[in-house]
Design a protein around this ligand. Structure first.
Ligand code: NAD
Ligand code: DAU
Length: 335
């Protein structure tokens, strides 16, 4: 199998490349990434000399840069490439529409033209909008995106559907809840709080801190995508999530406790605009129809993740560059 992974230098994409190279050493894996601030080849050091792995620096919105790869004959595209951070989408929505909508459409068009056997779109539960105190997102929940990020992902999902319905392209869409684990960029809640706590800096908690996310260890997301690639029924959407609902204060307190830092570091700050209150995923379809079972429970997964960041301080320093500091000042300076 020749597998094209887009966005394979990012958090989930790099975990996925490592997972696939280990589990399917005979597959040819091409990692295509433009290396934005979120892309980091350091994550892939352990596979860079793997005989069946290759990295290509290219932009998914630039058809000319991609065509030669598709001409080689690709069996499966797994599209992770995206602008992924909600707060950045509030500051600068344009690039989210360009990458997430136009980039996906460019990949779909090439997949159609060059007869790709399956296109897997790595989407998000955020396309469903927000839940009240009860209930779960199912695959039938109407799309109701609230942020420029989630709206751009919803637009991409509809294009994937359109290429299936109109042109008969074989597709699947996965919609996963919040991931955590190694190599996550420290703009997202968990690595940001770990990084700040380690430096005794304030931990900026938005609003009342009671927004709920449904956390999944990244390797469990990778195993779900693996199953969808191999067994997913053409045209189907699969929700992915581990039923690990925690509010943000609970997550932050676990981090402080594990690092032996005081709760006085928590600082409540101005809420995120359009902040979705609660996400929770019904993953019965992928569990029952494809036999997916997550391996990691939240309590041990979060502790293992905290330890990983402690053991990999150099990685954290490497990604916290000047550009990161500039973003951080814009994002948190007036909070
Ligand atoms: P990330 O921001 O860590 O990585 C995104 C990667 O895409 C980076 O390596 C970046 O360089 C690359 N990229 C961006 N624009 C590109 C372009 N124009 N061309 C080529 N590459 C480009 O994101 P992540 O958290 O790893 O998320 C990966 C995917 O999973 C995204 O599609 C996201 O919507 C989805 N997702 C994320 C989560 C989560 O909790 N992080 C949950 C569900 C779904
Ligand atoms: O649900 C899946 C989505 O999860 C993915 O599609 C996105 O790509 C990914 O970024 C993530 O989105 P969230 O907005 O849920 O993740 P984030 O880590 O940014 O925030 C998690 C929660 O923590 C959210 O309620 C906002 C809050 N938060 C976040 C940051 C960065 C804070 O309170 N303070 C912060 O500094």
């Amino acid at each position: 199998m020749k597998l094209l992974v887009t966005g394979g230098a990012g958090f989930i994409g790099s975990n996925f490349v490592l997972y696939m190279a280990e589990n399917y050493p005979q597959y040819e894996i091409i990692n295509l990434d433009v290396l934005t601030y979120a892309g980091n080849l350091e994550n892939l050091k352990s596979v860079e000399n793997h005989p069946n792995y290759r990295f290509v620096k290219a932009d998914i919105t630039n058809r000319a840069e991609l065509e030669f790869l598709f001409q080689e004959g690709i069996d499966v595209v797994a599209n992770f490439a995206a602008e992924s951070h909600v707060d950045r989408s509030i500051l600068e929505p344009d690039v989210f529409v360009k990458t997430n909508v136009l980039g996906t459409q460019t990949l779909l068009e090439l997949s159609k033209q060059f007869h790709v056997k399956k296109f897997v779109q790595v989407s998000t539960d955020e396309v469903y909008g927000t839940l009240g105190e009860t209930g779960l997102f199912t695959e039938q929940t109407p799309l109701s995106a609230n942020s420029p990020y989630s709206a751009s992902k919803a637009g991409a999902d509809l294009l994937v559907r359109a290429y299936h319905e109109t042109f008969g392209l074989s597709v699947n869409i996965t919609r996963c809840s919040n991931n955590y684990g190694p190599y996550q960029f420290p703009e997202k809640l968990i690595p940001l709080m770990i990084q700040n706590a380690l430096q005794d800096k304030p931990l900026p908690v938005y609003g009342d801190g009671l927004n709920v996310r449904d956390w999944l260890y990244v390797e469990d997301h990778c195993s779900a995508i693996d199953l969808v690639i191999h067994k997913g029924v053409n045209g189907e959407i699969y929700n992915v999530g581990g039923r690990n609902e925690r509010n943000n204060i609970q997550v932050v307190k676990t981090i402080l406790e594990e690092l032996g830092k005081p709760e006085s570091l928590i600082q409540f700050v101005k809420d995120r605009l359009g902040h979705d209150r609660r996400y929770a995923i019904d993953a019965d379809k992928i569990r029952n129809e494809l036999g997916w079972t997550p391996k990691y429970d939240y309590e041990s997964g979060i502790r293992a993740t905290i330890r990983w960041y402690l053991d990999n301080e150099e990685w954290m320093k490497g990604v916290s560059s000047g550009a990161y500091k500039q973003y951080f000042d814009t994002q948190y300076g007036d909070r």
